[in-house]
Design a protein around this ligand. Structure first.
Ligand code: ATP
Length: 463
């Protein structure tokens, strides 16, 4: 992992830009903040929607993938069956000096020791003790930690509270379980048969020990998950296809190829047949963006066992019943947003002036086009610019009108939020030839385009 000061500085700049320009705010900020939560402002909402729409579209490109929206509150048995109640924990260790909470496996990673996810509390304590002398607190630098304890990640809430035993419920720790418990419902709706997938976007909650790195590790976050149900004989071929497709997908989001890579899991959980992560090189180092897992029939078998509902299907060829296997792809909306922001962030100089620019691909940009009258105190310019704005808005929806400050300042503002095109209505527009200037964010080049051709011109650039 590279943790240079430069990279930390980039991260701080991204966080500051997000706040300044209304992308992302610290949750409950006016009350001192609430760790692990963030609120999304106007451009953040737009960016988030683009991320979700692109992912949903990529799933809908497959005729055999169904969409689902399952509840956040779920019966407790769901999480017993899935193994989350018993085994979904992270190893907590506290620095005796500055009292900061850390994940023991993350501290071990810093000295190149990999802790197996399956380790018991005693095993991880033994491993931690073995390397204790090398382990420094990343916050205060002291080598003085307490014992490691396993902390369950499931967040709980109190609901109902009318009868005893009613009160505590789990908030879902992942969206996947909502898919498994609805697999039979979707199958029986008659629209799909194995092989088929179920895709869902929704909130998940985890008691993360040390929510850090901005949108990367939150306590309330959003996942985009797809579980693909298939016959075991097809699993390995399909797994490879999905790996390829998911990596290629990031090209559509405009992500730099050299910043993405596959990494196989060092240790597989006992039921997993294979597991790979797509990693992105965030400013704080290479880290998981998306998981691609071949989970065998573990999840459906567990729910069959705990619910008593038959999850098997009939194999016409083999004349026997079997429980479908599952391949899943799972990626966070928030981590994707952070990647898109980090990948787009750039500082350069244009026309002798320093600028901050977000090089979003047009599809990701929260605002597609900004429209300016050259001067705000000339009613005929303003009126014409309003007309252009209204026409563009019908077509592109995310269009902004801006008449505040000089044109240079307006360009800088749009560069900072990643608007790919700025259209200016000037005196030539109204007095001469009904053309406007279209300025390209990345090159700064300006072209004159006839107003009647403007929509077609922009469409060809944006789509
Ligand atoms: P990590 O090892 O980073 O904790 P994980 O392996 O527990 O992640 P999964 O359970 O596989 O993550 O979740 C799938 C995806 O959900 C991750 O790849 C990530 O994009 C997203 N995700 C998981 N936890 C968080 C979180 N706390 N905040 C934001 N996104 C998350």
């Amino acid at each position: 992992m590279s943790h240079t000061n430069d990279n930390q500085e980039v991260m701080e700049k991204i966080v500051a830009l997000c706040k300044r320009r209304g992308f992302v705010f610290q949750g409950s900020e006016i009350y001192g903040g609430f760790a692990g939560t963030y609120d999304f402002g106007p451009y953040g909402v737009a960016l988030r929607k683009n991320v979700v729409d692109m992912w949903t579209q990529s799933m809908q490109d497959h005729d055999n993938i169904a969409l689902l929206d399952s509840s956040i509150f779920t019966a407790g048995r769901v999480w017993e069956a899935s193994g989350h109640v018993g085994g979904f924990s992270d190893p907590l260790v506290v620095c005796n000096h500055c009292h900061t909470k850390h994940r023991a496996d993350h501290l071990l990673e810093l000295v190149n020791v990999v802790a197996d996810e399956k380790m018991t509390e005693a095993q991880i304590n033994a491993l931690f003790d073995k390397h204790r002398k090398k382990l420094k607190c990343p916050v205060c630098g002291k080598k003085d930690f307490g014992k490691v304890s396993a902390k369950n990640l499931l967040a709980t809430a109190n609901l109902g509270m009318f009868e005893e035993g009613d009160a505590q419920v789990y908030l879902r720790g992942e969206t996947a379980q909502g898919i498994f418990i609805n697999y039979k419902n979707v199958l029986e709706s008659g629209l799909y048969s194995v092989p088929f997938g179920i895709a869902q976007v929704g909130k998940a909650f985890r008691n993360e020990i040390s929510p850090r790195q901005f949108l990367f590790r939150k306590r309330e976050f959003e996942q985009m998950e797809m579980q693909y149900f298939l016959h075991p004989k097809d699993a390995l071929v399909e797994y490879e296809k999905w790996k390829k497709e998911r990596l290629a997908y990031y090209d559509l989001l405009g992500i730099k190829k050299e910043k993405l890579r596959f990494k196989r899991h060092d240790n597989l959980v006992f039921y997993a047949k294979d597991a790979w992560d797509i990693q992105y090189e965030f400013p704080f180092g290479w880290n998981e963006l998306e998981g691609l897992h071949y989970r065998g029939d573990y999840d459906l078998s567990q729910h069959q066992k705990f619910s008593g509902v038959d999850m098997s299907v009939y194999d016409e060829e083999m004349k026997q019943r079997y429980i479908p296997h599952v391949i899943e792809t799972s990626v966070g909306v928030d981590r994707t947003m952070l990647m898109v922001l980090a990948d787009a962030y750039h500082e350069d100089e244009m026309n002798g002036e320093k600028r901050v620019v977000l090089h979003f691909t047009p599809r990701m940009a929260p605002i597609k086009v900004a429209v300016f009258p050259l001067l705000r105190n000339k009613p005929n310019l303003v009126q014409k610019a309003r007309e252009v704005y209204t026409a563009l808005k019908k077509e592109f929806i995310r269009v902004q009108f801006d008449d505040n400050g000089n044109i240079g300042k307006r360009y800088r503002r749009q560069d900072e939020i990643g608007t790919p095109f700025c259209v200016t209505v000037d005196f030539d527009t109204i007095e001469k030839d009904d053309t406007v200037t279209v300025r390209d964010r990345d090159s700064g080049k300006q072209e004159r385009v006839a107003v009647k051709e403007l929509i077609i011109y922009l469409q060809s650039k944006i789509s």
